[in-house]
Design a protein around this ligand. Structure first.
Ligand SMILES: Cc1cc2nc3c(=O)[nH]c(=O)nc-3n(C[C@H](O)[C@H](O)[C@H](O)COP(=O)(O)OP(=O)(O)OC[C@H]3O[C@@H](n4cnc5c(N)ncnc54)[C@H](O)[C@@H]3O)c2cc1C
Length: 440
């Protein structure tokens, strides 16, 4: 390896970017690492995705803070690649470039009515309640009695649970003030959780599914006829374990019956494929097709039914958002890569490399593997000698960018924690407020 200082650029300060920075920093002493984020705040979906009432999951941020605070690491927040700095400029500046931009764009349902008022992607909706500045203006319609959530993963459960919690049950969360106000004034009576396939195919984790049993004002309704009597033989051991535990929880809900007197009902509806969202200008109903599941696929029957839906939230997956020049796999919605290699000197890790699956710790193994790949490639080539952050700093200054560095983030953090008053924090959700706090 060259004796020149090695300059490493990482795009995206979410969990994957932080894990990669940590791994490379440990192995390459003397290397300079710059980690960019389009937001003034680090931690990606750990801050902007993970549910605000799941604070335990967010503890890992302390480890990421230590990484970003290291002498050889710089956090360059409020710098969007593709807007403030181009991909070509990054490649000119850094010997090694790692793309960890996650997957932030909602996949579309592809059905009529998707653009009606009252229809949202879960990415937008979650960004709104979690205080991500570009989600702040959403102000979703929660003024009807019925909400349909499409998708059978944990994100769908997060949204339903948060809508179902009382003010007291949300007291220890960092749900943003604007979302708390909207949730408190909503008069929702029914939430429909829609899965195209059956309970065995749902990707809920059992702990999240079981939380519905603890919600004081919610009746969780499951039709026992929708639950299979036994687990099919073709499932592998791991699938059997997860599906078996989920089935047990769902059977428990089914056995509770209607739980009359509770003001909010959450209905689990399996084997129902969305066909259209109906309404004039505004969503009012969801048209569904009863399906059967064959070889893990939902097969429509042509037999349809409707449910009332004044608000529709789709939680059916995400795509990465590429910037100009970045090799991109349009079909999969991820950065084009082979085991993490994008092009010479450029790598990808995390959700933008393998798609939007897996919890925060799953990105650690992935990021470590990509770091190992980078080390192996560096051993084979003369590397180093590019200008690194000096070039980028000059470009940012020339363009008048309002950079938020690690000290700026610490100031934001202090303001938010102080404003929490008993809550973990009160997030600043507007860009101008974040930038003002960072400037102190
Ligand atoms: C709603 C939701 C709830 C979740 N709940 C949990 C949970 O409870 N527990 C759990 O373990 N996991 C949870 N996850 C999964 C977890 O959030 C992901 O595994 C993890 O965040 C992926 O990390 P990443 O770094 O690859 O991507 P991200 O976390 O998305 O980070 C990508 C970063 O790149 C930045 N970026 C994007 N484009 C650019 C650009 N052009 N220029 C500069 N920066 C850019 C983004 O601002 C972001 O900070 C949840 C995910 C979602 C969506």
């Amino acid at each position: 390896m060259s004796r020149n200082t090695l300059h490493i650029g990482i795009v995206g300060a979410g969990p994957s970017g932080c894990y990669v920075a940590d791994a490379l920093g440990r192995k390459l002493s003397g290397a300079r690492i710059d980690i960019f984020d389009r937001l003034p705040t680090p931690f990606g979906l750990l801050r902007g995705g993970v549910a605000p009432d799941h604070q335990g999951t967010k503890n890992i941020a302390r480890q990421f803070e230590r990484t970003l605070g290291k002498d050889d690491v710089r956090f360059l927040g409020n710098v969007a690649i593709g807007r403030d700095i181009s991909y070509e400029e990054l490649k000119a500046a850094y010997d090694v470039l790692v793309i960890t931009i996650g997957a932030l764009e909602d996949r579309r349902l592809g059905i009529p009515g998707e653009d009606l008022d009252g229809v949202y992607g879960s990415g937008q909706f979650v960004a709104w309640y979690n205080g991500i500045p570009d989600g702040r203006a959403l102000e979703p319609r929660l003024d009807g009695k019925s909400v349909a959530i499409i998708g059978n993963g944990n994100v769908a459960l997060d949204v339903a649970r948060l809508l179902g919690k009382t003010r007291d049950e949300l007291a220890s969360s960092d749900l943003c003030a604007h979302a708390r106000a909207a949730f408190e004034s909503a008069q929702i009576e029914d939430i429909w959780l829609i899965g195209r396939r059956g309970p065995l195919e749902a990707s809920f984790t059992t702990a999240e599914l079981a939380e519905f049993g603890e919600l004081s004002r919610v009746a969780t309704l499951v039709d026992p006829a929708q639950l299979p009597q036994a687990l099919p033989d073709e499932l592998n051991e791991e699938q059997k374990k997860l599906a078996g535990k989920n089935l047990e929880v769902l059977r428990g809900y089914a056995a509770r019956g209607e739980q009359l007197g509770r003001p909010l009902r959450i209905h689990f509806v399996f084997r129902a494929a969305p066909v259209a969202i109906l309404g004039e200008g505004r969503a009012r109903e969801l048209l569904l097709d009863k399906t059967r599941v064959e070889n893990g696929r939902a097969i429509p029957s042509g037999e349809t039914f409707t449910i009332p839906a004044d608000t529709v939230i789709s939680a059916v997956g995400y795509r990465s958002t590429p910037f100009p020049g970045l090799p991109f796999d349009e079909a999969r919605g991820i950065v084009a890569n082979e085991h993490g290699r994008v092009e010479p000197g450029v790598y990808a890790a995390g959700w933008c490399k393998r798609g939007p699956q897996g919890v925060v710790p799953a990105n650690r193994a992935d990021s470590l593997a990509v770091a190992e790949l980078i080390l192996a490639d560096l051993a084979d080539h003369e590397a180093g000698g590019k200008p690194g952050g000096a070039l980028i700093d000059a470009l940012l200054a020339e363009r008048g960018a309002q950079l938020v560095d690690f000290a700026g983030w610490q100031k934001i953090n202090a303001v938010e924690v102080a404003a929490g008053q008993g809550r973990p924090r009160e997030k600043l959700a507007r860009l101008e407020d974040l930038l003002a706090a960072a400037a102190g």
